[in-house]
Design a protein around this ligand. Sequence first.
Ligand code: SAH
Length: 262
Amino acid sequence: MRKVEYKDTEIAVKKKLGQNFLTDRNITRKIVAASGAGAEENILEIGPGFGALTREIIEVCRAFTVIEKDRRLAEFIRTEYPQLTLIEGDFLDIDLKPLAEEKPLRVLGNIPYSITTPILFKLLEHRHSLVSATLMMQHEVAMRIVAKPGTKEYGILAVQMQASFDVDYLFKVGRKVFRPQPNVDSAVIRMTPKKEERMEDQPGFSRFVRTAFHQRRKTLLNNLKESYNLELVDSNTLTLRAEALSIEDFFKLFSQLRPLSQ
Ligand code: SAH
């Protein structure tokens, strides 16, 4: 088993927890600068590990909250950074609302790649509790989040995230700056909840987007006709494939169709 040691703490690296530790200070600095983190903010870091990002965040904000699932790493953080509020647990299980009670959260993290998608959907669900989320993830997933219509990366993830967030691709990070080295490159993106909330019916919208992309090569008509009444929809639109539609087009289409009762 691969071991990583830092300041007298040695851990056996857990692949399942997506443990790839950053070793380049220029990159951690760039992430914190790009996040917009500041002194008076309510910051939450996901997966501090050995504190590569943590120690940069401290430079701009003295006290904040971190959540770490690995017991040994949580212990490391508790000892090394007693001024922080440590939640020892799983980000996917915690309730973000109480943490955001006084001020919305600015989330940062070099997140565990094994659970990138569930983390993204949790942030989507809690977008009203956020100022922004600046996250490092696999490069390939970052590309799928920021993808533009008509490209092969454009799909459910892009539409769902871009419907609720302004997404910015910040920069690419090569695999060499991590220990242990992952098999993929990484990228940092920033997601900022849109000011104007467009969707009153998020679960309905999610279902609609998934249905529209169900079989990518099929037309919208073929993907949607069994689940929705399409009478009010412009017939030209229905001859297109989902990948051709902009986020605006998705909103428009969603407002024109009616779910069929199953
Ligand atoms: N931020 C550090 C570590 C990144 S590795 C750095 O950049 O070096 C990802 C970290 O997330 C690890 O510390 C891992 O233990 C932690 N982690 C994995 N799954 C988690 C979960 N569900 N909730 C909280 N932390 C988690």
